[in-house]
Design a protein around this ligand. Sequence first.
Ligand SMILES: [Fe+2]
Ligand SMILES: [Fe+2]
Length: 196
Amino acid sequence: MALKKKKTKKKSIAKKKIAKKSKSTTDKTILDEIIRVDHAGEYGATRIYDGQIAVFGKDSKIGKTIQHMADQEQEHIEKFNELLIEKRVRPTALLPLWNIAGFALGAGTALMGEKAAMACTVAVEKVIGEHYREQQDLLEDDEKELKKTIAKFEKDELEHHDIGLEHDAENAPGYKVMTKVIEIGCKAAIAISKKI
Ligand SMILES: [Fe+2]
Ligand SMILES: [Fe+2]
């Protein structure tokens, strides 16, 4: 009887150990989705700023401000390009779509004016910033490096968001409707790019 009890105790300790181990390991499906969607998002971001710079020109005052953000997006996409290979993650099949949609969104808002372009930045960066925040809670101890990377990028995206606000985004015509529409679009793109 005593022996049985001892065995059960041993078993439950072993179970706890397994539970603890699995708790500190990031689920591979979740990890793949994070890298796939972040790569897609950063790619889309580079295309949005490409579209805006195409309209405003690199040498305009607003163009230089946008270029600063575009340079950071370039760093972000390069990191996720590396991560796709390192972690053997398939990129989203929808890159050609985000290529066109991102550029169209950037150029389209820029054609509406500087404030509209900045309103686009506010909306996009808000969604990406929040998304990066949430992802950090999904990464366990085995992905500390990635967690750090995402925390750094979150900071950059929030800086972009604030640059948008500082450049009078909120005074763009139809600011509320436009940012809502863009936010919904970004969230849909995130949901799709995780899986496809
Ligand atoms: Fe970014
Ligand atoms: Fe950004």
